[in-house]
Design a protein around this ligand. Structure first.
Ligand SMILES: Cc1ncc(COP(=O)(O)O)c(C=O)c1O
Length: 474
């Protein structure tokens, strides 16, 4: 094992601590709490060597920064959502333009609201066969930069939720030729760059900032995340101030320790374990390909998609429409049988495979999905494209102006053509389909209502069935 200062101090605290006269209020009192709470150790007063020291955290962040080849690294207990917001605050002044992929997660959208940035939206390509997002062409960013030469940054989401990775190196080169940074939301890419068959991570590819969720494709506790930055184009002092300013003052020592441990695992055994994950995903895809009517997306999507540099080979995406089985029904059955899928809507499944998987776990997942599909076969139907990848917004106001504008709640019928004052975000993948400042498109609203009725969670809007919508007052 390499040096793991946070994990070591956390374990030491667990082994030696008595009753602390600090928060948390459970006081580690075994008569009051379940064993679960005994693992809850605050970073400050628990893991650090002195009450307000940041020494151990700074050391662990430095080690992680070195592993990713970054000049600056920040550990977060608030997910990549936190990093996205901090990055937005570091890029410019209110009113500054940024070129942004419209497939962003809602946290980046709210970062834009917080920072008062003005987004110039660009949409990645869509794969006709599957309706999945299929990479951001460099030429599309170049055209946006030509039209908006005053933009202060390019902001991409790489890899996409469904595993596509654009040519980040070419995007970095383009942004740098315009003297601006490239930021990459790599929430789904903590493992990238740590196996020769995986795409490089964004810092290796030359991006200036990368945010990644250690809890998604690595072994960190839920909420663990990291921001990494390099070079002169990012104001590191501002990034750090924003990162600290938006971070809780009571971070969990357990979550921080889990980031330290995840980094260590990646460093010591990453290539071996990721090699296994890639192999298991390949074997699973081969079995799924034997199922009549089931669409299986693998690395070949990159061969037919000019804007895709690579498809993450650990990613399995299934399209069910050709089997006639309803994905929501199949997913419910699978849950009853103890199998939970990361993404499941009527037509698409995305079972996540990571370096935490074993041959047994992947065999169980594959067997059970095939069994449940066979039990629920129906008439093949046309694939409905997930709204998140096909959005082409009509921006009428900046997100910030719309968020703070006087607003009113109106019926869905009356909302069409009005400017949204709230967001509506189907989960997953968490891409805002309606967003403050955008004129409401009737087709998108109808599609969202249908998703809500079919059981998809539509988040962050006052009326989750979207019979009414919050709009800017005229
Ligand atoms: C692209 C993207 N960015 C950011 C996030 C937020 O990550 P977290 O849940 O770690 O806050 C997500 C979450 O799903 C995401 O899909």
């Amino acid at each position: 094992m390499s040096d793991t200062p946070l994990y070591d101090a956390y374990k030491n605290f667990l082994a030696n601590a008595g009753t602390p006269f600090t928060v948390p209020g459970h006081k580690r009192n075994p008569e009051l709490i379940d064993d679960l709470l005994a693992l809850d150790v605050p970073h400050y007063t628990g893991v650090e060597d002195r009450r307000v020291s940041t020494k151990r955290l700074a050391t662990a962040e430095r080690i992680a920064g070195e592993l990713w080849g970054a000049d600056w690294c920040g550990f977060s207990v608030q997910g990549s959502s936190h990093g996205n917001e901090a990055i937005c605050l570091s890029l410019g002044k209110p009113g500054d333009k940024v070129i942004v992929a419209r497939t962003i997660h809602k946290s980046l959208f709210f970062g834009i609201v917080l920072a008062g940035l003005v987004p110039v939206w660009i949409r990645p390509d869509i794969d006709d066969e599957t309706g999945l997002t299929a990479g951001m062409p460099v030429s599309r960013v170049a055209a946006a930069l030509k039209e908006h030469p005053d933009a202060k940054a390019v902001m991409l989401v790489e890899p996409s939720y469904v595993g596509g990775v654009s040519d980040v190196a070419a995007h970095a080169e383009l942004a740098h030729a315009h003297g601006i940074p490239l930021t990459v939301d790599a929430a789904w890419g903590a493992h990238l760059g740590f196996h020769p068959d995986l795409p490089p991570h964004a810092i290796q590819a030359g991006a200036d900032v990368l945010v990644t969720s250690i809890h998604k494709h690595m072994t960190g506790f839920t909420q663990s995340s990291m921001v990494l930055a390099q070079g002169e184009r990012i104001d590191l002092e501002r990034l750090e101030a924003a990162f600290e300013g938006l971070h809780t003052t009571s971070p969990s020592g357990a979550i921080f320790a889990s980031i330290d441990l995840a980094r260590d695992l990646l460093q010591e055994r990453g290539e071996e374990l990721l090699g296994q994950a890639i192999r298991l995903a390949e074997e699973s895809r081969a079995r799924f390909r034997q199922v009549p009517g089931l669409g299986v997306v693998g690395t070949e999507i990159a061969d037919r998609s000019p804007a895709l540099f690579m498809h993450d080979p650990t990613k399995i995406v299934l399209t069910l429409s050709g089997t006639g089985a309803d994905g929501q029904v199949v997913a419910d059955v699978l849950e009853q049988r103890g199998l939970h899928l990361e993404f499941a809507d009527r037509d698409t499944f995305c079972p996540v495979i990571t370096l935490g998987d074993t041959p047994e776990s992947v065999d169980f997942m594959t067997t059970e999905i095939i069994r449940a599909i066979e039990e629920h076969r129906g008439e093949p139907r046309k694939l409905v494209h997930t709204i998140a990848w096909t959005l082409d917004p009509d921006t009428a106001m900046t997100p910030r102006d719309a968020f703070f504008a006087d607003h009113e709640r109106v019926s869905a019928a009356a909302a069409v053509g009005r400017i949204a004052a709230e967001s509506a975000v189907p989960y997953p993948p968490g891409v805002p389909a309606l967003a403050p400042g955008e004129r409401i498109n009737g087709d998108v609203l109808t599609a969202l209502q249908a998703e809500a009725r079919s059981g998809t969670r539509i988040a962050y809007c006052g009326d989750p069935m979207l019979e009414t919508v919050l709009v800017v007052k005229e």
